[in-house]
Ligand binder design. Structure first.
Ligand code: FES
Ligand code: FES
Length: 183
């Protein structure tokens, strides 16, 4: 029988209390227990950044954090970036620059970029490169990703396209996260 431990997490602004297997990672719990599949599972050894989330404001590889270690913490996943069902300026910039190709790395890239901009609101290119150094893109869309972050930082996300798009999606604060998960 698998030993479980009770944990409490605030995930994208919602308090979640649940028992988790002692050996399960934060990634396991986000995807399998909470249905937040925007956070991707790939290398599982901290190499690719696909599983990046913010834990207590810090960017972490959720595949390397035991869920029990995160007990009491605050987690932001890619689903939490679209407050009120509206894409953030950063997400819109990724769309406008065509940064998402296959899209697999994009949730991690977005969360890492969100963390970067929270600390360095107006980064130069080298700072963006360094901030995203832990996030690999097999489609090699690095130029568009970097451009997107720089555009968002410059407040230009609404330019050069149809503008910021409102989505008729439910308020995530009032709806289970799994129902508003983008993928
Ligand atoms: S899946 Fe966590 S770093 Fe690759
Ligand atoms: S868009 Fe395909 S891995 Fe980055």
């Amino acid at each position: 029988m698998t030993a479980t431990v009770p944990i409490r997490l605030t995930v994208n602004g919602r308090l979640r209390a649940l028992p988790v297997a002692a050996h399960h990672t934060l990634l396991d719990v986000l995807r399998d227990d909470l249905g937040l599949t925007g956070t991707k599972e790939c290398c599982l050894v901290g190499e690719c950044g696909a599983c990046t989330v913010l834990l207590n404001g810090r960017s972490v590889d959720s595949c390397l954090v035991l869920a029990a270690e995160a007990d009491g913490g605050t987690v932001l996943t890619v689903e939490g970036l679209a407050a009120g069902g509206r894409l953030s300026a950063l997400q819109q910039a990724f769309l406008d620059t065509g940064a998402a190709q296959c899209g697999f790395c994009i949730p991690g890239q977005l969360v890492a970029a969100h963390a970067l901009l929270a600390i360095t609101p107006h980064p130069v290119r080298a700072e963006v490169e360094e901030g995203l150094a832990g996030n690999l893109c097999r489609c090699a869309g690095y130029e568009q990703i970097i451009e997107a972050v720089l555009r968002a930082a410059a407040g230009q996300a609404a330019e050069g396209g149809a503008g910021r798009r409102a989505h008729a999606r439910p308020d995530p604060a009032a709806t289970p996260d799994a129902e508003v998960a983008p993928q």
